[in-house]
Ligand binder design. Structure first.
Ligand SMILES: CC(C)(COP(=O)(O)OP(=O)(O)OC[C@H]1O[C@@H](n2cnc3c(N)ncnc32)[C@H](O)[C@@H]1OP(=O)(O)O)[C@@H](O)C(=O)NCCC(=O)NCCS
Length: 231
């Protein structure tokens, strides 16, 4: 059943979701393709992306060019994008390799309304750029014009309004540096997860087996009628 379900999911990803992107690299892992929404064109994602979402917390990529121009969202390889993430570009949002975007993060390169012209996105748009291996914590907001350097981390719930240098942890509203990351220390990024694709597939298979142990029609019926801890 699990294998059938995975095939069905992969087919839906390939048939319904991938055509909505201008480019999508190899081996996308999409938990629920019907809860990933792409509005507009020029949305590109690299290899091995993990998109985790569900009907309650969908992922939204929006490009809506300002001044009649085009808008772009360009995302590198090995990224993790979590439930409830919204990435909205009026001009350009670039996200590097191996970035981790936690749940409910909002990244936008525009305020979408001007301070003096509330009907249009007037003078309130500037490109956003995240380097490689950037980690954005749960429910953080990345505002227009912000660049975040390689390896930097944004604390949960932060609002980032100014550039963040590489190897820096920022937190708060507005986000300020709270720590440094030692660039000389060995860093293990998401890329390492895919260094051995065969091992990764094997590990996921083992995980499935562990999670589904003892799972069967009778077990399922029992869990509906007599639910208990661990079901
Ligand atoms: C950013 C983070 C990873 C840093 O963790 P850490 O290295 O253990 O940091 P510390 O707890 O030592 O915090 C350092 C300082 O920053 C402050 N700080 C840390 N996170 C903060 C946040 N989200 N908002 C405001 N301040 C924060 C701490 O209060 C502390 O301040 P102090 O030096 O005045 O005492 C962590 O705080 C965080 O936000 N984790 C959430 C990650 C997440 O969203 N994961 C979801 C799965 S991807």
């Amino acid at each position: 059943m699990k294998r059938l379900q995975l095939r069905w999911r992969n087919w839906r990803t390939e048939y319904f979701l991938l055509p909505q992107f201008d480019a999508m690299g190899v081996e996308p892992e999409v938990m629920d393709p019907s809860s990933v929404y792409v509005f507009g064109s020029n949305v590109r994602i690299g290899n091995y992306p993990h998109l985790i979402s569900n009907a309650e917390k969908c992922i939204r990529f929006t490009t809506f060019g300002h001044k009649g121009g085009e808008a772009f969202i360009t995302i590198g390889d090995y990224v993790l994008i979590s439930p409830g993430v919204r990435i909205s570009a009026a001009q350009s949002i670039e996200i590097g390799n191996a970035c981790m975007i936690a749940a409910n993060v909002y990244i936008s390169d525009s305020d979408w309304h001007g301070l003096y012209n509330r009907t249009r996105p007037f003078r309130c748009t500037a490109p956003v750029r995240l380097g490689n291996n950037v980690w954005i914590g749960d429910s953080a907001t990345i505002c227009k014009g912000v660049s975040i350097g390689d390896n930097s981390v944004v604390g949960a719930g932060s609002v980032v309004t100014k550039d963040v240098p590489a190897n820096t942890v920022v937190a708060g509203n507005p986000a300020k540096p709270v720590k440094s990351i030692n660039p000389k220390r060995r860093m293990i990024t998401r890329e390492a997860l895919f260094a051995d694709a065969f091992r990764q597939a094997h590990n996921l298979d083992e995980l499935d087996k562990m999670m589904l142990k003892g799972n069967g029609v009778l077990g399922w019926l029992r869990s509906v009628v007599f639910p208990r801890r661990g079901d």
